[in-house]
Ligand binder design. Structure first.
Ligand code: ZN
Length: 172
């Protein structure tokens, strides 16, 4: 098991559309385990495979608080099959856009169909933080970032800031 390096804005890898997983192989299970490890290390509550540079439709989530027992969840090929008209606003952050938080409005409840690591089809009806987190991570699989929901001004400002930081880093 290894912690994988995170892909950070404005890396164009984040805009790639991820491919469906064809079969739950040992490699996929290892990738999911390493994604969880990377997510816990960051620390974060959700991660999409593309954020560690792998364009496969896999999402890991754990919403347990620090003093609670871990509740790792893995979603393979997740798909929103229904979303409520009712919306809610949550402050979101992203491991690929570190230390940047903004409020985003999304459907308050969603149904998500996915495969578990045994290759069984599952469906979850989510609300609250899980609904937000699932939508945020599934967006990643389609090359969409939460900053895409912000005003153009805000999005350009944060993108510029991270582009500048990336240039500084490559110059160092
Ligand atoms: Zn994210």
């Amino acid at each position: 098991m290894a912690i994988r390096p995170l892909v950070i804005l404005p890396d164009s890898v984040l805009r790639q559309v991820s491919d469906p997983v064809q079969a739950i192989t040992p490699e996929i299970k290892t990738l999911a385990a390493e994604m969880l490890e990377t997510m816990y290390d960051a620390p974060g509550i959700g991660l999409a495979a593309i954020q560690v540079g792998v364009p496969k439709r896999i999402v890991t989530i754990d919403l347990a608080k620090q003093d609670e027992e871990k509740q790792p969840m893995v979603f393979v090929n997740p798909e929103v099959t229904w979303s409520s008209d009712e919306t809610s606003i949550h402050e979101e952050g992203c491991l690929s856009i570190p230390e940047y938080y903004e409020e985003v409005e999304r459907p308050a409840r969603v149904k998500v169909r996915y495969l578990d690591l045994d290759g069984k089809q599952q469906e979850v009806e989510a609300e609250g933080l899980l609904a937000t987190c699932l939508q945020h991570e599934i967006d990643h699989l389609n090359g969409v970032l939460f900053i895409d929901y912000l005003s153009r001004l805000k999005r350009e400002r944060v993108t510029k800031r991270f582009a500048k930081a990336a240039r500084r880093e490559s110059a160092a």
